[in-house]
Write a protein that binds this ligand. Structure first.
Ligand code: CNA
Length: 238
């Protein structure tokens, strides 16, 4: 085993206060494309850039086009948790990991068995009416045709945080508390480009900040341990 993975393994074995903060790169090994990798959604041809389609104003203006993108690009059937999701669930079960903070909207941490998951950007597995806020099962939204509507006439929308929308304040406060009090903060599979979520790691006060990401991130120079590898492979060696 290489030296960096050895260090990570040792740190993990000695701690019962680990917090994980992750992004789309955690789910690429499950077959869900991320945004910024070469084969990610930002590099695919689409009428508008993903951050435009995934914005609150676009959703209001053109829900038909939003749902075309949503069903074609965000909903991927048959995906399963990978080695990273499973290892994190195991660490929680062993009493070592306090929380998973995720920017992902795919529900795969819960599918792996993680209990304390803070979804900073919500989940496409939940839906509600944009007008009266009545909750709806996600099935119609994810697999139906056209724009799903509520009995009140409102448009049914995914329970995700669209661009231009604020994060849920309670989730944000709780995430900050976990990070602030963590002994080890493992940040994985995120380009650390999307704010305010990316700025959360500034609340970490410890000396075991671990970054596991395929490509470089703006925070590499702040980290105590940087591993540029696939996160599922790294966790399979822990
Ligand atoms: P991003 O900006 O696409 O960055 C992903 C990062 O992960 C990149 O730097 C990659 O180099 C890295 N990466 C890709 N695969 C791996 C791997 N196997 N191991 C380690 N690193 C890898 O995504 P962020 O999460 O940083 O951006 C935040 C956005 C993306 C959030 O709003 C998410 O909701 C959104 N998103 C979520 C999903 C999902 O739920 N699975 C998918 C696509 C985008």
């Amino acid at each position: 085993m290489d030296e960096r993975t050895e260090t990570l393994k040792k740190w993990i074995s000695e701690s019962d206060n680990i917090v994980f903060f992750g992004g789309a790169g955690v789910s690429t090994e499950s077959g869900i494309p991320d945004f910024r990798s070469v084969d990610g959604l930002y590099n695919q041809k689409w009428k508008y850039p993903p951050e435009t389609i995934l914005s609150a104003s676009f959703f209001r203006r053109d829900p038909e086009e939003y749902y075309r993108f949503h069903r074609e690009k965000l909903v991927i059937d048959g995906v399963k948790p990978n080695r990273a999701h499973l290892a994190l669930a195991r660490l929680e079960q062993e009493g070592k990991l306090r929380a998973v903070l995720t920017q992902n909207i795919d529900g795969l941490h819960q599918a792996a068995g993680s209990k304390n998951v803070l979804e900073l950007h919500g989940s496409i597995l939940r839906a509600y009416c944009a007008k009266c806020r009545k909750p709806y099962p996600a099935e119609l939204m994810n697999h139906g045709k056209g724009v799903p509507r509520c009995g009140c006439g409102g448009v049914i929308r995914p329970d995700i945080v669209l661009y231009e929308e604020p994060l849920d304040q309670d989730v944000l406060t709780s995430a900050i508390n976990y990070i602030r009090n963590a002994e080890i903060l493992i940040v994985g599979g995120t380009s650390l480009n999307v704010y305010p979520a990316a700025g959360l790691i500034n609340y970490y006060r410890g000396n075991k900040l671990v970054l596991i990401n395929l490509s470089e991130t703006p925070y590499d120079s702040y980290a105590d341990l940087v591993i540029h590898e696939k996160i599922g492979e790294v966790f399979s060696r822990i």
